[in-house]
Each structure stands twice: as C-alpha cells, then as structure tokens.
Design a protein around this ligand. Sequence first.
Ligand code: S3P
Length: 468
Amino acid sequence: MTEQRETLIVMPGSSLQGEVGTQGRLSLPGDKSISHRAALFAALAEGESEIDNFLVSGVTSAMLNALTRIGVKWEIVGELLRIDGIGFGNSGREASKLSESLLINCGNSATTLRLLAGALAAMGIPAILDGTAGLKRRPMDRIIKPLNQMGVAIEATNGCAPLHLKQSAMPLQAIDYMLKVASAQVKSCILIAALAANGKTTLREPGQSRDHTERMLRSMGITVISKTELLQDDRDCYITQVNTKPPVSLNPLKMKIPGDFSAAAFLVVAGLICPGSKVTIRGVGLNPTRTGLLDALDRMGADLRIDNMVELNDELIGDIYIQSSNLRGIEVNGSLVVRMIDEFPIFAVAASYAKGRTVVSEARELRYKESDRISSLCRELKIIGATVSEKPDGFIIDGGENLRGGRVEPHGDHRLAMALTVAGLNAQRPVSVVDPDIISESFPEFYTIMEGLGANLRIEYRDSNNEA
Ligand code: S3P
C-alpha cells in the first residue's frame, strides 16, 4: 500500500507583484526571535505586559505552553499577547513549589528549550525539558557547561534533550565564559540565568550574534553592556556583560514586534529570481545583527532598496523594495555567516539562479539547525537540478541555469521547505515539496502571502513514490 502525503506543488512561471504590509491579509508575521523573548521575559517581569504583532506559530506555541506549565497566565487576542508576569522573586518561588520536576515539552523549538533552561535555572524551578526527535538531535552541551559553572545541576544523555534540570542553590554564580561558537540562544540562556547571580557575568563570542535579548532586557530596566575587543589573532571578540544583585525585577513590556526579517527573506529572494517581479515589504525588522543576507544579495547585484527606517521599541524597522535582478555568485564566510545564519537555505536558492560560483565557508554551525542544513540543502537542490557540492563547513554552487524541477523533502525543516518552494517559482518544471505543513512552525501565512503576490501554488495528496 502506498502512503498518501500532503504535497505542495509549485507551478513555475509567475512574476510576483505587490505589497506585503503590516496589517490585513498580506502582512508579515512578527519576528520569531523577538516573539520568543517577549513572551518569556514578560513572564519573568512584575505586572502585565502587552505585546502586539506576536508571532502565533508552532514554535512560539511551544514557548507559551511551557509558560502555562510553570503557572504563567496569558491570553492572545488577534495578534496581541497579554501576559501576567510572575517575577523572579516571591511569586516565582511560589510557582517552583507547585512544580516539582515538571515535564515540559518544547516541541521542535530549540529557542524555547535553551532560553527556558536559563529562566528555570534563575527561578530555581526543577524540570525536565524535552521535545520532538528533531529537537533531541540539537546540541545542548553548549548551555549545560556554562549553566553547570553557574551552579546549576543538569543531567542529559550525550549532551542532548531531555535535560533534567535540578533545583539549584540561590544565588547562582556569576561567570566569565567564552562561547566556542557565536550563538544568541546560548548567550540569552546565560544572560537570563545571570539575573539570579550575584556579581558580574561576562560572555565572550567569536562573532556578534543577534542582540535582541540585550535590547529587550535594557528596555525592562537591566543594565547590559555590549562591547568589542580585539583577540590576539586580530579577530573581534564580542563581549556582553550584566552585573546583578538579586532579587532583580523586570519592568513589564508594552511593545510591538517588528516584521520577521527571516520570513521576509523568502519573499525578497522570490522577487529577485522571478523575472518581471516588483515587490515591497513594509515594517521589516532590520536589526543589523540579522540582515547579513541583504549585504550578500547586494554583492550579488540585487536590485534592492531600503526606505522609511525608524526605531520601534529599541529595534530598527523599515521597508524593502525588490525588483527582479540578474545575480552573480559570491563568497560568504567570517562574521557575515553569523549575521545571516538562518538565511542559508534561501541564500542557496539565490546562488542557484546566480551566474557563476558561490562558495560558503566557515559555516559548520549550519549542521546543527532544524536539519543538517549543509547536507539536506545540497541533497534536495541537487534533486531539482542545481550544481552543488558539500564541504565540511559549507557548500559550493555553480549557478545560472533555471532549475529543472522535481520532488523534494524538507527534512522536518521549515526554512528548507520554504526555500525549496521559492526555488520552484522559476524552475523549468514544477517542484513538489512533500510534508509542507512544517512551514507553520515559523510562517503560517507563507502560502497566502506567496499566492497574494502571484505565485501559483496548490496542495495535493500524492502517493509517496509519485514523481512531480
Ligand atoms: C535564534 C538564534 C539562532 C537562530 C535561531 C533563533 C534566537 O540560533 O538560528 O533560529 O532566537 O536566539 P543560534 O543562537 O543557536 O545560532
């Protein structure tokens, strides 16, 4: 018996036209990273927070469900999230009494697991943090080691979830810690735990990862120092510091979340590779620690323009104007890799349509994302006709021809599913993406927006062995 699988069929040949705004049917969802932080930090604050344009999706539901498990009350009305903070202080300790070794399911969301581990350590709440098979393959030793140094006991199997977090003696210990790989999730986990430590915690990173945690904590009344120092080998070292004396209290949030740059990235590349396209995306988060893809596309010759830049709740936002362009291959390495860490699946699609060679190096970290993004990306792009080869720390693409089309698997990775959909928009034959439902982990409105711009997509149920 053949299995029927949901399949997204991408019919090539449309040009994309129109505007994605900040309200209404075609509106960009709120930023995933900022939504996670806003929900968690509001829960740790004293008083009621109101967060507008909150991303309602698979991964953020994992965070909200986890907050419910530790006794936090919240409600969502449209895109407005209201949260009653329980604080680090007395009310937080009360919650911990109710919740002896709570089992918390973090779903598919490493951000939920890693940030929550820091928060639970700071609140002294013992818990078991678990999730999907995909989450269980993500490395957690990177948070276990520094949390151990802070006095938090954690048991894990081979450095992966489930993590058994024990109740720790308060206050935690302040640490001076060098991250092996630049990571905002690790930095955020430790910064949150550091709010329950006595003294100065210093985190050093070999590249500047996204700084939403630092910005949001500042807006909630915490002094967070960020600076750069030169290492002996002349490389930059990014330093983040907090100096605390518990009990710490966070002011509640009243904020609007910017549109998600990492969601906009799919629409940007779609507009660039489909001939005759003209697309505007408004209200996009343009925090410079996130916008490496724009720099890469600019070097590839993309016709992109940014306008109406303003600051919204300590984050930059603006509008992006896109016109279809003839792209050329480039090299990507160094600090640019960190600034576009989530954009490699869609960048690889741009590189497949660009003339000449694109070489990505120093990006081994891609192997530890929602899928091993070096191997899954190379494998699936090859199936639809790209000339691509895998390197231990990146990939090489010789682009310029329209991709052939075919049937691809997203490997349980929402960004791979969206990138492959975009790849099909200018292919010679349809691209069929199986199990596309994974897209709703981060961008549930993806189909509606793509169709609204003119993409020809349809969902079918196909036999698992049926070619596109
Ligand atoms: C995120 C940080 C990045 C990114 C992830 C979200 C965050 O992970 O890949 O999608 O919200 O802090 P790393 O910090 O592990 O690089």
